[in-house]
Ligand binder design. Structure first.
Ligand code: GLN
Length: 252
């Protein structure tokens, strides 16, 4: 379900990153090749990107398929960025179809996306939800599992976790109480953190920059698959992948 994409590198037009590649996010919205759950990603899309000298990203989201938005295609042609996070959505049954549920979610300098689902939503995660400060719960961006996961990640970031630590913590905390798939993407415009936990994830360190995506955007030879239950962290020139350790009691 869903396909997501992140890029860090030299500034590139959004259209070059998302629309030009043979199997880029645009094509993945109607013909994904590696998607294990769901067949088409037509329940909205979102693109977040950073402009020079501004730590807070811009965000464009719609509840319609990415291919149906001619205006965004035009804007994307003339808008360049060196840090982008984008997603096309296949809404999990029962979740709101509204624009507010389309990734990326945002807060301050952060952009976040979740590819997957929480099984047994919402009952299975009631206790986790109750562990959040009420203000954070009231501020949930949408009635959707991904928004709660984002609130849990933000809580860890506010507590001082590095991006990768926050993602791993939430993968483990949610897996401990509910089944599901938890592929996350998180960026602050300078680095990318991502988890492979139930669905496909690939990366490429090309000449212009690093791409982390649910699936390869072209048939080039330099794509690497991230093993399941791994954390990927990347900056413009480097990529590191390591296993997600199990949650120990003291960190629970
Ligand atoms: N569960 C999330 C939603 O409904 C993500 C869906 C997905 O990965 N397809 O939006």
């Amino acid at each position: 379900m869903c396909r997501h994409f992140a890029y860090i590198g030299k500034p590139m037009p959004l259209a070059e990153l998302l629309f030009a590649p043979d199997h880029g996010l645009l094509e993945q919205s109607w013909a994904p090749r590696r998607q294990r759950y769901g067949t088409i990603n037509a329940d909205g899309f979102g693109v977040g990107w950073y402009a020079p000298d501004d730590p807070v990203p811009a965000r464009y989201r719609r509840a319609i398929p990415i291919w149906a938005d001619r205006s965004f295609a035009d804007v994307a042609r003339v808008t360049s960025s060196g840090a982008v996070l984008a997603a096309v959505r296949s809404a999990t049954p029962g979740m709101t179809p509204e624009e507010s549920a389309a990734a990326p979610y945002a807060h301050g300098p952060w952009l976040f996306s979740h590819n997957g689902r929480v099984e047994g939503w919402p009952h299975a995660v009631e206790e986790l939800a109750a562990s959040l400060p009420p203000a954070r719960l009231l501020a949930l961006e949408a009635q959707v599992d991904s928004a709660l996961l984002w609130a849990l990640v933000l809580e860890r970031l506010d507590a001082g976790d590095a991006a990768g630590e926050a993602l791993m913590h939430v993968v483990n905390a949610v897996s401990a109480v509910a089944g599901g798939r938890f592929n996350f993407l998180l960026t602050d415009g300078m680095a990318i953190a991502a988890t492979a936990a139930g669905d496909s994830l690939f990366w490429r360190n090309g000449t212009g920059g690093v791409v982390v995506a649910s699936e390869p955007c072209d048939d080039g030879p330099d794509w690497h698959q991230v093993p399941d239950r791994s954390l990927l962290t990347a900056t413009a020139g480097s990529v590191e992948v390591r296993p997600i350790p199990a949650l120990t009691k003291e960190h629970a």
